[in-house]
Structure formats: structure tokens, C-alpha cells
Write a protein that binds this ligand. Structure first.
Ligand code: NAD
Length: 487
């Protein structure tokens, strides 16, 4: 079994711990490799390497840094199919979705490479004569990137590309469920010629490596994507670092009485069962007008029955496995909880007995919006149907959760659509489309417990990974005081 290493200061090296862990193929439960179970000493080495490289990297003009990013984009295109196959093996999603994940990485490197020739600041008039005012962007310094497993190429790329174009040095800690995807991505960055020490990668547990990064005095910022629970831990322990948090969701699709139900059906199947329900933007609640609920439920049951579970590499598979055994247990726990809470199971509700972490697509109806299955993120293929009487109730139910990431409404009515746009508490609202499918040139993130107000991707990705400096240039040749002070 191959043992993979950490990447520190431009070299592949073993952890000081001398310990390793396995990453499993979730469709077969077979190990695909051994990875360094790193510790705080490894973090120290990575911080040293990042510190040494920072000056040289941040001194490169941004358009020159962009040339590296364009090269990374090209190498990702060359390696797209290979990376997608690896992603299916390590994370389990179906091949076409894995291709989409790699495409997101290609897109974000391309977009952020373009930012190398922008990185805009502002100019604005001074209140005084002969004085010039402007802002410029500067890198933050050393940034820790802590990522989950569900988009194992795209999410690290969403952080690496803006961090690098802004001139930061980084330490990436991927999820222990998908370390190999991160290693293959970092190999591509290395091949593109990123100078030694600018990008470092350490594998290992959140408790040890993650905590060491979050609390390290010389790390200036933490960009984290993962669960609300870990996000709260980081907020408490990171001190005064700049923190970006992209956390969980409990996203809803609203289907109104005038909706095109065929279109809504496609959106619900894609939103609820795409990536086996393991997207932060997955639709886990359907909020539907009572007059069309029965008809829609029948359509949904018929289509769900036809979904085929299996290896993501097989052309006939619609739904791949969950990420690990714990995720199967979690979906099963919530299914049993739903039954206890009095919801009606329409279909599914069981793990498959074969090898691999498979769980049937599961749908509950007669769900009360206060039930735990309608409140808590399950992160599996478990969907709740909640009936409502009108648009105001739909929005109230939609907002009655702790998080606020994505939302969607199916309607032909402009008033309903604009009520949804203006009144739903979420970072993203889709009209007549599912809750999933972000584009990299638009801000991505959520409100309430989904984060701390940062937005990844698009121009806001640059905000997360740069500091603003304000410049006052006085060419009056005398001391001018602001706020009208004259002597
Ligand atoms: P997780 O919080 O368990 O782990 C995420 C990362 O944090 C992993 O690398 C993990 O090792 C690390 N970590 C764990 N404990 C840590 C600690 N104490 N200190 C520092 N790092 C620590 O989340 P997960 O199970 O990998 O991912 C699923 C979650 O991610 C879901 O809640 C999902 O909604 C969320 N997610 C959010 C977005 C978004 O953009 N909003 C995108 C994808 C996933």
C-alpha cells in the first residue's frame, strides 16, 4: 500500500509522528493509500517554510503571479479526467459530477488569474485641497486553508486560487476522508512552478493539525469550510486572526401552486439526491403548496424508485455511496428519528446490505417544520416534505432554521419570486432552479449559522484573502488637518 507524504517547503516528507491513516474508497471500503497522521511539529515546519517564501512571493507583481495560475488551469484541463476518476474512487460521487468538481477548479484558477490584472482598490476625493486618497490591496501573510471532503478538488481550489493571486503563502489541511485528491492537486501546483514553501500541505486530524493551525501565532488568517460545530470552535480559538467560515445549511425548495411541476421535479431530484445529498447547498426540505402536494409526491416517488445506486464509475449509477460508515449511521439515525417524530416515510429509509457506504434515497412527508429532521443538517439522501397554504407561510417556514445558505422557489408568479428574493434569509436564492450549482464568478456563502459574513469566489474571494491599506498623499506642502481643524 502506497504511503503518501506531506508537502512542506517544496519537498515531500514524512510526519514527525511516524503514524499514518488510511483513506477508503466509499464504494468498496478498500483502502486507497496511507497518509501522514501529522502533528504540531509538522505544522511548525510548514509555518517556517511559508514564512520564508512569503517575501519573494508577495513581491512578485500580481500579473506575474497570475501566470502561475494560468499554468495551473492548463494542467488541470490536461488532467481533468484522471482527477475526476480519482475523486470518484476517494469521495464516491458519480463521474459526471466529479468532472464538474474539477471544472470548478479550472474555472476558479482562470477567474483568479484574471484578477491578477485587477486586484482593484478605490480612489475617492479628499475633503482637503491638494490631497489624494486611495486604497490598495496587500496580502494577509500566512493563511491556513482547512477543507472538507465533499468537493475535494474544487473547495481547496476556491481557497488556493484567491489566496495565491493576493500574494499569500498557504498551508492546506484537507479532510482525512479525501487526502489524495488534495495531494494530486498540490502536485499540479508544484508542476506549474509555484515557488517552494508558498504552498504547503499537511494531512492529519482536525483535532491535532487543524487545532495547531487555528491557534498558531504566526498564522494570520484561517479560511475554513466545514460543519457549523467546527466553525464555532475556530471562532473561539483563532484569536484575532482573519477568519472566513463557510458552514452548513438546511436548504429548502419552495414549490408554489402555479409551479411547473415537471421542472420542479428535476430540480428536487438533483438538489436532494445529487452528490448523495452531501452538498452544503443540497435541498433537504421541500416546502410545497398543499393543493399540488399529493400530485408532486406521486411524481417524486415514481422518479425516485428509478434511481440506481452504485459505484460512481459505473455509467448506470445515479447515486453514489455516502462518504463513510458514520454518514450511513447518521442518515439512518435521522430516518428513525423522523418515524418517531411522526413523519410519514414515503420511500427508502435503509442502508444497503452490500459492501460500501450506500443509503437508499429517503423521502418523508407530513413533516412539521419544527421536527428535528426538518431542522438539522443530515448530509445524506434524506428529504422532508412540508405543506404550506400560501407564499408568506412558505417563506416563514423556509426561514425557520438556524442556517441560511441556499434556497429556491418554483413559481411563474413575479410577486412570489420577488418576495422570495427579498424575504428569504439565505446567501443564495434560485428562481425556477434547484438549490445547487454555484458559478465561480459570483459570491458564495450564507447568513445566520452558515458563516461569519465572508463570501467565497467571485470578487468577494479577493476580499477574503487580502487586506486593504488606505493611502493619503498630501502634496499641499503644508500640514493640513482633517475635520476642519485650522490651527
Ligand atoms: P468538518 O467540520 O468535520 O471538517 C472540515 C475540516 O475541518 C476537516 O479538514 C477537518 O479535519 C477539520 N477539522 C475538524 N475539527 C477541527 C478543529 N477542531 N480545528 C480545525 N480543523 C478541524 O466538516 P466535514 O464533515 O468535513 O464537511 C461537511 C460539512 O461541511 C457540512 O456541514 C457541510 O454543509 C459543510 N460544507 C459547507 C460548505 C460551504 O461552502 N458553506 C461547502 C461544503 C461543505
Amino acid at each position: 500500500m502506497k504511503a503518501y507524504k506531506n508537502f512542506i517547503g517544496g519537498r515531500w516528507i514524512s510526519s514527525n509522528s511516524k503514524e499514518t491513516f488510511d483513506s477508503l474508497d466509499p464504494a468498496t471500503e478498500v483502502s486507497i493509500g496511507k497518509f501522514q497522521d501529522s502533528n504540531g511539529l509538522d505544522v511548525e515546519l510548514a509555518v517556517e517554510a511559508a514564512e520564508k517564501s512569503f517575501q519573494e512571493w508577495s513581491d512578485f507583481p500580481a500579473p506575474k503571479r497570475a501566470e502561475f495560475l494560468f499554468r495551473i488551469r492548463d494542467l488541470l484541463i490536461e488532467n481533468k479526467e484522471r482527477l475526476a476518476r480519482l475523486e470518484v474512487k476517494e469521495m464516491g460521487k458519480v463521474y459526471k459530477e466529479a468532472l464538474g468538481d474539477v471544472q470548478e477548479a479550472i474555472d476558479i484558477f482562470e477567474y483568479m488569474a484574471g484578477e491578477g490584472r485587477r486586484l482593484f482598490g478605490f480612489t475617492t476625493p479628499s475633503e482637503l485641497k491638494n490631497k489624494f486618497c486611495a486604497t490598495i490591496r496587500r496580502p494577509i501573510g500566512i493563511v491556513a486553508l482547512i477543507t472538507p471532503w465533499n468537493f475535494p478538488i474544487a473547495i481547496p481550489s476556491w481557497k488556493l486560487a484567491p489566496a495565491l493571486i493576493c500574494g499569500n503563502s498557504v498551508i492546506l489541511k484537507p479532510s482525512s476522508d479525501t487526502p489524495l485528491c488534495a495531494i494530486e492537486l498540490v502536485k499540479i501546483l508544484n508542476e506549474a512552478g509555484i515557488p517552494k514553501g508558498v504552498v504547503n500541505l499537511i494531512t492529519g486530524s482536525g483535532n491535532t493539525v487543524g487545532t495547531s493551525l487555528v491557534t498558531h501565532q504566526k498564522i494570520h488568517a484561517v479560511s475554513f469550510t466545514g460543519s457549523v460545530e467546527t466553525g464555532k470552535f475556530i471562532t473561539k480559538n483563532a484569536g484575532l486572526k482573519k477568519i472566513g467560515l463557510e458552514l452548513g445549511g438546511k436548504n429548502a425548495i419552495i414549490i408554489m401552486e402555479d409551479a411547473n411541476l415537471e421542472l420542479a421535479l428535476e430540480g428536487v431530484l438533483w438538489g436532494a439526491f445529487g452528490t448523495t445529498g452531501q452538498r452544503c447547498t443540497a435541498a433537504s426540505r421541500i416546502i410545497i403548496h398543499e393543493t399540488v402536494a399529493k400530485k408532486f409526491e406521486n411524481m417524486l416517488i415514481n422518479s425516485t424508485k428509478k434511481l440506481r445506486l452504485g459505484s460512481g464509475l459505473s455509467k448506470t449509477t445515479d447515486i453514489g455511496p455516502l462518504i463513510n460508515r458514520k454518514a450511513v449511521e447518521k442518515s439512518d439515525y435521522y430516518t428513525n428519528l423522523g418515524l418517531k417524530e411522526g413523519a410519514k416515510l414515503l420511500i427508502g429509509g435503509k442502508p444497503l446490505s452490500s459492501k460500501g457506504f450506500f443509503y437508499q434515497p429517503t423521502i418523508f412527508t407530513n413533516v412539521n417544520h419544527n421536527m428535528r429532521i426538518a431542522q438539522e443538517e443530515i448530509f445524506g439522501p434524506v428529504l422532508s416534505i412540508i405543506k404550506i397554504k400560501n407564499i408568506d407561510e412558505a417563506i416563514e417556514v423556509c426561514n425557520n432554521i438556524k442556517q441560511g445558505l441556499s434556497s429556491s422557489i418554483y413559481t411563474e408568479n413575479m410577486q412570489y419570486a420577488f418576495k422570495a428574493i427579498n424575504k428569504i434569509d439565505s446567501g443564495i436564492t434560485y428562481i425556477n432552479s434547484s438549490t445547487i450549482g454555484a458559478e465561480v464568478h459570483l459570491p458564495f456563502g450564507g447568513v445566520k449559522e452558515t458563516g461569519n459574513g465572508t463570501r467565497e469566489a467571485g470578487w468577494t474571494g479577493i476580499e477574503e484573502f487580502s487586506e486593504i491599506k488606505t493611502i493619503y498623499l498630501d502634496y499641499s506642502d503644508k500640514l493640513q488637518k482633517a475635520q476642519g481643524i485650522t490651527d
